[in-house]
Design a protein around this ligand. Structure first.
Ligand SMILES: NC(=O)c1ccc[n+]([C@@H]2O[C@H](COP(=O)([O-])OP(=O)(O)OC[C@H]3O[C@@H](n4cnc5c(N)ncnc54)[C@H](OP(=O)(O)O)[C@@H]3O)[C@@H](O)[C@H]2O)c1
Length: 247
């Protein structure tokens, strides 16, 4: 079947496209690079023609509060309208575990708005919420760096490999719509500060680690469990050290 992958040129998107093609499907990556822009609507009607499923793994180029909100709201509205017109039968989106628990974060508020639009959009849907990718951990450390010190709280994180996130998204895309959410997390939860210490040590990075409960996460205060699943969740099996040894 034809499956359009919005954001199919990104970290998760390229992997999802490969997995769907390996399973024998016509996976079509769609993004500004291929002339499809969900923000402006450019190319959407054309790419949707004949599609049974749409997978949205796009991301906002800007994380600034207003820009990211405009991206996820406008893009999702444009996408759902194009899907309705084309008779698409399943909309799959990738979101983040904890999206509904971090109201001070512009990014998470925008992801929650995306989820709500999908739930109310009238297209059968599935939302996969994943925890932070291993590939994103360096960015988390850099964002928490002040001078030569990394300031991290001891709130928990349960990261996972992008390859396992992509596998979860592809599997969901090939199954019946969930009409709901599924949470995915990595094999182990650990305090952000401990993860940061491990990464700095493993890389011989000379930045000092400061355990700082007031330190935010991209500007947001965290409770101990803000970033990890609170209820039932699927678990990836690749551990962080094993993933690192494969890089
Ligand atoms: N980072 C994490 O740890 C994490 C954790 C859980 C969930 N997520 C979610 O995972 C999703 C994918 O993240 P990622 O890291 O794979 O993203 P990424 O590598 O930054 O890729 C972003 C993709 O979005 C596309 N895009 C940007 N603007 C677009 C537009 N106007 N119209 C259509 N496509 C557009 C890009 O296309 P071009 O290549 O053409 O620019 C690219 O294919 C995001 O929704 C994010 O919320 C992330």
């Amino acid at each position: 079947m034809k499956i359009v992958v919005i954001g199919g040129t990104g970290l998760i998107g390229t992997k999802v496209v490969s997995l769907l093609r390996e399973a024998g499907h016509e996976a079509v990556p769609a993004s500004p690079r291929s002339g499809v822009n969900t923000l402006t609507g450019q190319g959407l009607a054309e790419v949707m023609r004949g599609a049974a499923v749409v997978v949205d793994v796009s991301n906002s180029p800007s994380f600034e509060t207003k820009a990211v909100r405009a991206f996820f709201e406008t893009s999702t509205q444009n996408l759902l309208a194009a899907e309705r017109a084309a008779g698409v039968g399943h909309h799959v989106a990738l979101s983040v575990v904890g999206t509904d628990r971090l109201p001070e974060s512009g990014y998470f508020v925008a992801k929650l708005a995306q989820e709500r639009l999908i739930e109310q959009g009238g297209i059968p849907y599935s939302i996969v919420r994943a925890t932070q990718f291993y590939e994103f951990v360096d960015t988390i450390l850099d964002a928490a760096t002040v001078g030569h010190a990394v300031h991290m709280p001891s709130a928990l994180i349960q990261p996972m490999a992008a390859a396992e996130v992509a596998r979860a998204v592809a599997d969901v895309a090939l199954a019946a719509p969930l009409q709901g959410l599924v949470d995915w997390a990595g094999p182990e939860a650990l305090p952000l500060a401990r993860l940061a210490a491990q990464v700095l040590r493993a890389k011989g990075d000379s930045r000092e680690l400061v355990v700082d409960e007031e330190a935010g996460y991209f500007g947001t205060r965290l409770e101990a469990g803000s970033l990890v699943p609170q209820g039932a969740a699927q678990r990836g099996s690749l551990r962080f050290e094993d993933w690192r040894s494969l890089q």
